[in-house]
Ligand binder design. Structure first.
Ligand SMILES: [Zn+2]
Length: 232
C-alpha cells in the first residue's frame, strides 16, 4: 500500500498515518521528522545522502528555515529506496504544494512505483481550532495530552520525571497560530485535492469527533483500494 496523507494541521492525519503504518506494516515517512533527525548533521541509518545535502538541511533546520523542494525530494527518494518500503509507505507532510506533487509524481514514475491513494482527512476549521487549543504538552516527558480527551494517567505520571504536573500549550497550538496555518493549508496545500482528484487517487474521509468513527471510515475506504489492487 502506497499512500499520501493529506489534511490540515490538527486534522488527525498523523494519528491515522501512525495507525495505518502498524496495520499494514509499512513505514510512516514524515519529512518533518526526517529533517529533525538530520539536524545533527549525521547520516541516517541505511540512507546514503551526500554529506553536503545533510549539512545544508542541518543548517536550514537549525536556523528555522524551510528546506527547498529539490532537497526534500532527494531525501524522499533516498528514504523510499530503503528495504522497509518494499511493500509500501505512507507519506505524511509531503507533498504540501503542487510543485512538490509534480516532483513526487516524476520520482515515482522514474522508479516505476504506483501510488495507490491520497487519503484526505477533512475537518472543518473551527473544529480544528477547538481541538488544538485543548492540546497540552509535558516538557519533562514529551507526551502530548488533551484537556477534554486525554489527561495523564496514573501510569504516565509515574513514569514522568515531573509527574506531568506542568502541562503547557505549544505556541503552534494557540488559536491565532492555528488559524494562520489553516490559511496556508487552504491557500497552498489544498490545491493538491483537485490535482489528485483528476488522477482518480483522492479519497476524502471526514474526520469526526469520535476517533473510532474516523478509523472505521478510513479502514472502509482503504479496504476497497486494497481489493482493487489485488484484483488488478
Ligand atoms: Zn510528563
Amino acid at each position: 500500500m502506497r499512500l499520501v496523507m493529506l489534511g490540515a494541521p490538527g486534522s488527525g492525519k498523523g494519528t491515522q498515518a501512525e495507525r495505518l503504518s502498524k496495520k499494514y506494516g509499512i513505514p510512516q515517512i514524515s519529512t518533518g521528522e526526517l529533517f529533525r533527525s538530520l539536524r545533527k548533521g549525521e547520516q541516517l541509518p541505511g540512507m546514503s545522502l551526500p554529506q553536503e545535502v545533510i549539512d545544508e538541511i542541518s543548517s536550514l533546520i537549525n536556523n528555522g528555515c524551510f528546506v527547498s523542494d529539490d532537497i526534500t525530494i532527494q531525501v524522499i527518494e533516498n528514504r523510499i529506496a530503503l528495504p522497509d518500503c518494499e511493500n509500501g509507505f505512507i507519506l505524511d507532510g509531503f507533498p504540501r504544494n503542487i510543485p512538490q506533487g509534480e516532483a513526487l509524481d516524476a520520482l515515482l514514475k522514474k522508479h516505476s512505483i504506483h501510488l495507490d491513494a491520497v487519503l484526505e482527512i477533512d475537518v472543518p476549521d473551527d473544529a480544528i481550532v477547538d481541538r488544538l487549543s485543548g492540546r497540552r504538552y509535558c516538557p519533562a516527558c514529551g507526551r502530548t495530552y488533551h484537556l477534554d480527551a486525554k489527561m495523564p494517567t496514573e501510569e504516565e505520571r509515574a513514569t514522568c520525571p515531573e509527574g506531568c504536573r506542568n502541562l503547557i500549550q505549544r505556541d503552534d497550538d494557540k488559536p491565532e497560530v492555528v488559524k494562520k496555518r489553516l490559511v496556508t493549508y487552504h491557500d497552498v496545500t489544498e490545491h493538491l485535492k483537485p490535482y489528485y482528484k483528476e488522477q482518480g487517487k483522492l479519497i476524502t474521509v471526514v474526520g469526526r469527533k469520535k476517533l473510532e468513527k474516523t478509523i472505521r471510515d478510513v479502514d472502509r475506504a482503504l479496504e476497497s483500494i486494497e481489493k482493487n489492487r489485488i484484483e488488478a
